[in-house]
Design a protein around this ligand. Structure first.
Ligand code: NAD
Length: 487
């Protein structure tokens, strides 16, 4: 049932505790023999089960989303905004249980820019999607001609999210889509299915039935079927570049609209005029936020020879002081790598750096027999700019630091990869930093920081980091069909 805006703002909300949330997220999984198992990456212990759904389940969810979409789209915009605000209220009411489940399943600690921060961002981005204005644009009105641009819903949006920021990235896909009158079917990553199911269960306390649907199953079957469905008008995908490329191919048959947030291997360039001690904290968190498992994290750092040794020293001092451990322990700020496949990628890349003669300043010595997927915070200095650890996306708690003397060469190296999501320039001279920024190819270039996002500022990639932009007005347009009324 769909309501008026005042009654939406008064819809009842439950504050879930840990057990209630796990039960809501698990749904009927316990009874199912082939249920998916959610594993704590800090310990290897099972934390819960979720339904391993089929393509038939997916098709049923798409049919539901398609059936209710006209009624959802027909609501006054104020009512849809009210629903989003009430969904954000619901997220906030259960924020502690959501953060604890996220911490257990994803591995990220509760504190720092981690689980509580991620759940808080879910509410912030939901409210921002509700409050962003996208009025009808009058394009010409000169007495002879009148043309207006309206933004209509596309229909059913298929959302596919990754395991690194599973709740927040899902919200980035869900909230603008709903605001614009679309309905949503979301397919979370297999290793963070419970987190997204929990988030959806919390939001669905208030959203009308069928508007937001979650289907948990394998990407290569259920995810692929979502991208091929003729009933899905738009795919919002965040994940790896190879899967993004498969989705582009799948979209051809139905000319499905796409927003693709793909891989990143962000460069940071440190100019010789910096104060190494002053920037070390921000450099560290730019690279190691979410234990390095962030699309737009600093993944290769180019430092001028004049300040190289001091920057490495200051970074090592910060890095060695930041505690890593089990997420639910309030003292930790870094956690495990989320899954063993990713741990193996990180390990392979560090071994390649070691074999090349690069200098391991910190870390690089995981305890392979310890429980969980902990990879120690690792800094690798004096590394060849074409070592695999520099060229490939490590997506873990490791930073290669490359020495340069010629700025043109640093810019060339920063720009030479297929990835172009983010980048950063670090300097005491803003004009000098801006001049370098103008030469970098990226969706975003930060000055004296790396990776900060704001719900009103468009975010997305260049080159093989994807296309389309999320957030703000651009983000609403991305989940709409522009419609000109001429006359
Ligand atoms: P992934 O591409 O392996 O999986 C992402 C999602 O796609 C999962 O839900 C998966 O089940 C699904 N999937 C897999 N195969 C599919 C197919 N054939 N068709 C449809 N769906 C399919 O990525 P991941 O390992 O979960 O995430 C890590 C990657 O995501 C990194 O490369 C990272 O840089 C990138 N990422 C990018 C952004 C961004 O905003 N640009 C944000 C976060 C992560």
């Amino acid at each position: 049932m769909m309501h008026e805006s005042d009654s939406v703002r008064a819809l009842p909300i439950i504050t879930f505790d840990d057990d209630e949330l796990l039960t809501a997220a698990s749904a009927s999984a316990a009874a199912s023999a082939d249920a998916g198992v959610a594993v704590d990456p800090a310990t290897g212990a099972e934390i819960g089960r979720f339904p391993n759904q089929s393509i038939a389940d997916l098709e049923a969810a798409i049919d539901t989303a398609e059936a209710v979409q006209p009624e959802w789209a027909a609501l006054d915009d104020r009512v849809r905004r009210a629903y989003l605000h009430r969904a954000a209220d619901a997220i906030e009411a259960s924020s502690e249980a959501l953060a604890r489940l996220l911490s257990r399943e994803q591995g990220k600690p509760l504190n720092g820019p981690n689980a509580r921060f991620e759940v808080g961002a879910c509410a912030v981005w939901t409210r921002s999607a509700a409050d962003t204005e996208l009025p009808v644009e009058v394009l010409i009105d000169d007495g002879e001609n009148h043309a207006e641009l309206h933004y209509r819903p596309i229909g059913v949006v298929g959302a596919i999210s990754p395991w690194n920021w599973p709740m927040m990235i899902s919200i980035w896909q869900i909230a603008p889509s709903l605001r614009m009158g679309n309905t949503v079917v979301i397919k979370p990553a297999e290793t963070t299915a419970l987190s997204v199911r929990a988030l959806v269960a919390v939001m669905n306390q208030v959203l009308p039935a069928g508007v937001l649907n979650v289907v948990t199953g394998p990407g290569r079957t259920v995810g692929a079927a979502l991208t091929r469905s003729p009933k899905v008008g738009k795919i919002m995908f965040t994940g790896s570049t190879p899967v993004g490329q498969q989705i582009i191919e799948a979209s051809a048959a139905n000319v499905t609209r796409l927003t693709l947030e793909l891989g990143g291997n962000d460069a940071g360039i440190v100019l010789p005029d910096v104060d190494p001690a002053a920037i070390a904290q921000d450099l560290f968190w730019g690279a190691f936020i979410n234990t390095g498992q962030t699309c737009a994290a600093l993944k290769r750092l180019y430092v001028h020879d004049d300040v190289y040794d001091r920057v490495v020293e200051e970074l090592a001092a910060v890095a060695s002081s930041v505690p890593m451990g089990v997420g639910l322990d309030e003292g930790n700020l870094l956690g495990p790598v989320q899954n063993r496949n990713q741990f193996d990628v990180v390990d392979r890349l560090v071994e390649s750096a070691k074999a090349s003669g690069a200098r391991v300043v910190l870390g690089g010595d995981p305890d392979y027999d310890a429980p969980g997927n902990f990879y120690p915070t690792t800094l690798v200095a004096d590394i060849d700019p074409h070592n695999d650890l520099v060229l490939e996306e490590q997506f873990g708690p490791v930073l290669p630091i490359i020495r340069y003397t010629d700025l043109d060469e640093a810019v060339r190296l920063a720009n030479e990869l297929d990835y172009a999501l983010g980048s950063s320039v670090w300097s005491a001279d803003r004009d000098a930093a801006l001049a370098v920024a103008a030469r970098l190819r990226a969706g975003t270039t930060w000055i004296n920081s790396h990776g900060g996002l704001h719900p009103a500022v468009p975010f997305g990639g260049a080159k093989k980091s994807g296309y389309g932009r999320e957030f703000g007005v651009e983000g609403l347009k991305a989940v709409s069909e522009p419609h000109v009324i001429n006359g």
